[in-house]
Design a protein. Structure first.
Length: 156
């Protein structure tokens, strides 16, 4: 079954209009399925933005708080490079909305295992807050089955 286009998304036109724009990350937490263990991903104050445009495109980048800044970009070691890679998430692609779900169709990503996939997320907008929650699945950080919750604030 074909997913609805942005214009066809039924019952979500108000939510859809509110979704457009750029959002700043406030928190990214996860709950490990099976144990209920909760933790902050990338620390209690990660940095990130997600943008949804009216032409059906999205892009997002999230980085860990207090990332190590190499002294010289021309002399980054493999260890530093690996640390920088493992402390970020970035993706861009098309998106559609189906009720309370936003489907990200990933065209490019920091991790090639996501490129070419559809990432389904549940979303809720309450005023200037956007909550995005994943379905249970392996964490891109450590592979543990988890549910991630990201809370964003609209950038004005």
């Amino acid at each position: 079954m074909k997913s609805p286009t942005l214009a066809e998304a039924s019952g979500a036109s108000g939510q859809l209009d509110a979704l457009y724009g750029t959002w700043r990350l406030l928190s990214w937490t996860r709950e490990v399925v099976g144990t209920g263990e909760r933790s902050d991903i990338f620390g209690p104050a990660p940095h990130g933005f997600i943008t949804y445009t009216r032409d059906g495109r999205m892009s997002s980048i999230v980085v860990k708080e207090n990332r190590h800044k190499p002294d010289d970009s021309a002399k980054v070691t493999d260890v530093e490079r690996a640390g920088l890679f493992s402390s970020m998430v970035a993706m861009a692609g098309a998106f559609t909305v189906d009720g309370d779900r936003v489907i990200h169709r990933i065209d490019i990503s920091w991790n090639e295992t996501w490129t070419g996939t559809s990432q389904v997320r549940h979303f809720l907008i309450d005023g200037k807050r956007l909550t995005i929650r994943t379905n249970p699945g392996p964490s891109p950080i450590d592979g543990k089955p988890s549910i991630a919750t990201l809370i964003w604030e609209k950038v004005e």
